[in-house]
Design a protein. Sequence first.
Lengths: 434, 277, 273
Amino acid sequence: MTFRSLCRAIFTGTAIVLGLAAASPGPVCAEQVTIRMWMHEHPPRIAIDKAIIAEFEKANPDIKVDYAVIAVSEFSTKLLTAFASGSGPDLFNQSVLMVAQYYSSRVLAPIDYAAMGYADENALTSNYLTGFDGIRFAGKLYGVPTEVSNYACYLNNTIWKIAGLDPNRDFPKTWEEMPVLAEKLTVRDANGVPRRRGFDFDWPSGPAYWLTLNSMMRQRGASLIDEVAYKATFDGPDAQLVVQYLVDWVNKYKLGGPQYTDTRTDFLAGKLATDCSFGIWGIPQMHDAKIDYTVKPLPRFADAKNDNGYDAYAYYMMVNARSAPAVQKAAWKLARLYVDHAVELFTGAGLFVPRQDVMAKTADSDSQVFLTELKKAKFAPRVVGFNQVVDVLVRGRDAMMQGGQPVASVLPQENDDVNAVLKREKARAEAMLK
Amino acid sequence: MRARPRAQLLLFLGALAAAVVFAFPIWFMITSAFKAEPEIQAIPIHWLPHDFQWLGRFREAAEFAPLWRYFLNSTLLSLVHVVVTVFFGALAGFGFAKYRFPGRGFLFFFVICTLMIPFQILVVPLFIEVKAFGWDNSYPGLIIPGMMNAFGVFMMRQYASELPDELLEAGRIDGAGEFHMFLRIVLPLLLPALVSLAIIVFIWSWGAFLWPLVIVQDRELNVLAVGLTNYSQPYQHAPMWGAAMAASTVATIPIACLFVFFQRYFIKGLTAAAVKG
Amino acid sequence: MVGYFAVFSIFPVLFGFTLSLTDYDLLDPPNWVGLDNFRNLLADRLFLTAFANTLIFVAGATVPVWVASLLAALLFDQIFRGRNLLKTVFFLPVLPPVVVVAVVWRMLLHPNGVVTWLAGAWRGVTEIDWLSNTVLAPLSMIVVHDWAAIPFFMLIWLAGLAGIPPELRDAAHIDGATPVQTFWHIDLPQLRSTAVLVAALSTINAFQTFTLQYVLSPDPGGPANSTLVLGLLVLKYGFQYFRMGDAAAVSAVMFAMILAVTAAQLRFNRRAS
């Protein structure tokens, strides 16, 4: 065999293999309906998921469930790329922070009440205290909540008592008193660098920063974003005040900052006196970490217009509008069974949903703090291009905190940048509708 | 040129200072892989572990994330890339050097052009393309794009063109086929260059980061380069520096071995890669 | 083999250029926008920041490296006791993959960590935010990059120095030239093509930098985007914001810049020889 014919053979062979791979047919179509279901990785919940699926398949022999667990950090990417290639899951569970994007691209199917076994919307929502606002668009609901959460403050009793403070009486009700109190709980080294913080905000997490800003703005009766008009609205005096407070926390009082370890890790390690970035799901984590804690509601501003704590966020079970109608119906049926297991999901995996049956399990005083706050909580504005908006806010924050730039000049720029993002996304959504 | 004795001392001291400063992080990495976690960030620095941990940190790394799986995946990726690039590089390089055929110049130029393409411009379209093949988050998707590197063709053509034609003629006279001649005569002659090429391709593939980052989602499929970040930036967990240093050491060992055993080829490979620019 | 390159190299590039002319967010089909993406880039603050940061990084990664690696090569070209051992030790930073370099330095540059102690203990400073300060962060990137680059380019210079015919040097020695004169009049002109090579190579490499910024920074892009470079921006636009068209546009710009540098190098070389 000549050298050249060998080359040709190899080339042809490779091309054939590649061609085959590209043209390989998908799985053989079955008579029955298959639901592709994607959930986040959360070990305690996975076992429950599987049990629910087994129960569902037994009750519906003509429906099969193809269940996949995906790492939290990759979930969004994987969802988007799957939708892009037309192989998105039929039933999936995702955070409220992302839903605006899916809705605007018409990926979400409105709830099929009949398939779920409810007479109408009211039959569904009357079971719940709250939680649907995050998934309501133009008056319709596009998913069912599998977890609703809001943050409150956890205090490490041991550290507080050693500092000579009483967690129950001394925790401030207002933001204005916080710096003084946090200072009493802060341990500093010879250079004034905080070695153990008294209280700090969860800076490294973009979503946590987003929730913090929204909640504090809402307390002052203002908002970060006007969801309906699709505009950024934080160039006013309230926004300046809130952001200045946060910047002072880091630069003036030096009580913490984005350069330190995130607060959740430190609190669970017993290295932080107070943290307000856990929800009701934090309780089992505290027990595991052996932290003796007290739960308190978030401080408010002394001159606050609204009495609210942290904004709520939720995870919803949603159905892919691009799936075959028969599959969609089956998916809603599965969703119904899933949310009916809410009590089990709470006791087994710590996922709280404000349903009558679950709330019956939360008579203890700690859970009551969360519930009381939840009644007053609203959902943060939902935006398409969430990643971009949060990035702008975080970068602006860094410029002010790490770069020392004044709030008065950075904030208007941030406002413009966010507006640019929103405008762009809005234009694109409109272009798609044409 | 031998320097004068006084200058000798100065040179030695200068070189010593430079070597110490530059090697310090490597020293720190290796010693930290054997320290207890609190010791690693201890101030003042512990130059040597006070509490030698043997394989404690390595075990910790292997428990927290599938370290050995990462190592295996990296090895698989690198070996495939090396074999494919070297084999096709030798074949094609020899072909371009010693055979005349229509379109030779154009084809060679075409192949070399691919060398100039920075990976960033390929990432997004390649991702969409590989996804269309159904290869995302899979071994083919991870290994096949990039497994043939045009640099192999370029380098082998250089060396092959220097082979004396008489030798090849002599091989042909024996009556053996072209391919036979290629195996028996050309390959052995090209061996030193092939080794250098193999080494440089191995180093490039071993350190590949952007592509695995984008195409792989399952932990089990990931390579060591990306897997390392699991230790330095774990999700909702403080950084595990000991495990990170252990994993880093593991990641450096293969290249260090290549350097120790094949130093001449190593250096030749690096300089050849540089000259192609 | 040609088929392989066609599929995995040429086609993606062409596809990439096409993408850069669209608006594609993966959820909806691509939408043709022509040169809008490029036009928008000029007004895009993120792009301009990334562009500026990349230029700063390239400057810091080429000039100091060019000089320092040349000095190191000159040093290790001399013959003295222990040279080979010290040269090998000096060369160690080249061995670990970039990721390892980034992870190790991430640990060393902890605000209360090793480098802070070395740099500040004698002044009583216990915390230096190497990676979270908007000025120190880009500086740290440059220093870490240079740390690994200098020994590598020393190798290239050494190869170049080895290529200088010893007769030239001997002749200068006989004529009574000092080492400095020898260097200036004999070595440097002979090293011209090596010099151009080092400059071009370090520039092209620095333009594409990505892994270092991604892994070394606790938050890719750095505080207030101070370490956001073009390589990172492609990833951000493509896989965080899912604006594929913009990602493709940015990488097209990168490609153009690298082509320009390569062309300049070729011209320089042609004039030199």
